[in-house]
Design a protein around this ligand. Structure first.
Ligand SMILES: [Zn+2]
Ligand SMILES: [Zn+2]
Length: 471
């Protein structure tokens, strides 16, 4: 073959390659969508700039009054100015999202006697209205939380006035699916199919919470486990992929050595179900920790099979029952996801935060991009495989990725380094969702020293209150 013919063939091959490649890129770009995840507003209708930070930032009297921030205080729940600022920041940074996911906790951390059923219904309606006003044409997929009910945490297994009120408030967003609204009325869980054909399953995981005394000892509260299994089985039969959206995740908090959020038998059954259908569950979204955290689920062979992404909170409220209590608060945060529409594959996370001190000081709420997951951590996407790789990259001492994760965990509020005990709690909570695995991890990873063991025991005692007070 002479040289001219050879060049011609190469030119044709190059043209075919480039045209295919460019076309693939174009299709991929059209296939990329975005959605917001917002969680844990904890709106306090009694927040006062003349409030007492030791008394929920409520005004008590002239002696206790302090000059607090317009956008809130790290000791307390959110004023309406912070709630509105967060949703406006979502609109300003990405108005044309495909939808929003909202994983609840609307009411403040105050005694139940200060809220009551009427006010709880009003708070949820108010926040629903704020989101609707700012995003009038965007569908929102909401999930109920432990602070969306009065008395707090005591969510029942059958229909109630409050479940009906919530279904009424959210029916505008779920108006395409009357079965979903009916299911919300029944026990505050639902399933629906999203525009891209991915099935969304939204369990009411507050039924499994150890602070819920109504469901203690029940074999299957509200028949929800059976419902989840049947819904997943049907999805599998129909070749549907699934996302799971809920407020409280299974597993353990990551900033204290603690018991799991769920009663142990519920935790294990939940994980059994997730494990059984892990091949079709391609996204799980939770909140409740108020921190930026994730969990990876492994099978018996140690292979990663599923993962859970926890969004940090809007509320800055300081949790006093964590290891580093001095830094138990967080900066307000909202999270943008990038995903592939046709497959539901999770491509990236853009985490936005507001430095609360600066916002109050400047009287201007500046929301900034804290990090983009693929760039900050050098991972391909935020799928289970990539999150497993990320967790692996945390293991070495002085892991740069872990140091970043530790900072982002509190939305860049806690800038102190994570010591051995802190890292052990983080790693065990990230990679061990079953109770026995977590306990073994906390026992065995005492690579540290007697200091770590001592701290761990002390922490376990002090952290008991963590699971009953938060979040
Ligand atoms: Zn919560
Ligand atoms: Zn919360």
């Amino acid at each position: 073959m002479y040289v001219g013919a050879q060049s011609g063939i190469y030119a044709v091959l190059l043209f075919v390659y480039l045209s295919t490649h460019i076309r693939a890129q174009t299709v991929a770009m059209e296939d990329v969508g975005y959605f917001w995840h917002v969680a844990d507003f904890h709106y306090d209708y009694q927040y006062s700039m003349r409030g007492d930070p030791t008394y929920y930032c409520h005004y008590w009297n002239e002696t206790t009054a302090k000059d607090l921030g317009y956008y809130g205080d790290y000791e307390c729940d959110s004023p309406m100015s912070l709630v509105v600022s967060a949703v406006q920041a979502m609109k300003a940074n990405k108005p044309d999202v495909d939808f929003i996911v909202w994983t609840g906790d609307d009411a403040p951390h105050v005694p139940d006697a200060m809220v009551g059923e009427e006010l709880m219904i009003e708070i949820i309606a108010n926040l629903t209205q704020v989101i609707t006003d700012i995003f009038p044409d965007t569908r929102v997929y909401p999930a109920i939380a432990n602070h969306d009910y009065d008395p707090s945490n005591q969510l029942p297994v059958q229909t109630s006035r409050q479940y009906n009120a919530i279904a009424d408030a959210w029916s505008g967003w779920l108006n395409h699916d009357s079965d979903a609204v009916a299911s919300l009325r029944k026990a505050a869980y639902y399933t629906t199919v999203m525009e891209n054909d991915v099935r969304l399953i939204v369990p009411n995981t507050n039924l499994y919470y150890t602070s819920n005394k109504v469901t203690a000892g029940m074999p299957d509260p509200a028949g929800q486990f059976d419902w989840m299994e049947n819904t997943l089985e049907e999805a599998k039969r129909n070749n549907q992929l699934v996302w799971i959206l809920a407020h409280i995740p299974p597993g353990h908090p990551e900033r204290s050595h603690s018991s799991p959020w769920f009663y142990e038998e519920f935790n294990e059954r939940y994980i059994d179900i997730i494990s059984q259908y892990a091949d079709i569950i391609i996204g799980q979204f939770y909140a409740h920790h108020h921190t930026d955290h994730f969990k990876v689920l492994y099978n018996d062979n140690g292979e990663p099979i599923s993962s859970m992404l926890l969004a940090p909170a809007v509320v800055p409220w300081r949790n006093k029952y964590v290891y580093n209590a001095e830094f138990g608060a967080n900066n307000p945060a909202v999270r943008l996801f990038k995903y592939q529409r046709s497959t539901g594959k999770l491509l990236d996370i853009m985490q936005y935060i507001m430095n609360l001190s600066e916002a109050n000081q400047n009287n201007s709420p500046e929301w900034v991009l804290e990090y983009t997951a693929t760039e900050a951590y050098s991972i391909d996407d935020v799928t289970t495989e990539s999150l497993h790789e990320l967790a692996e990259s945390f293991k070495p001492e002085n892991s740069e990725n872990f140091e970043k994760y530790n900072l982002y965990c509190s939305a860049s509020y806690d800038v102190t380094p994570c010591d051995e005990t802190c890292k052990q709690m983080q790693m065990c909570a990230i990679t061990n969702i079953r109770v026995s695995d977590y306990d073994a991890c906390m026992e065995s990873t005492t690579s540290a020293s007697s200091r770590a063991s001592f701290n761990t025991i002390t922490l376990f005692i002090t952290s008991f209150w963590f699971v009953v007070t938060i979040s």
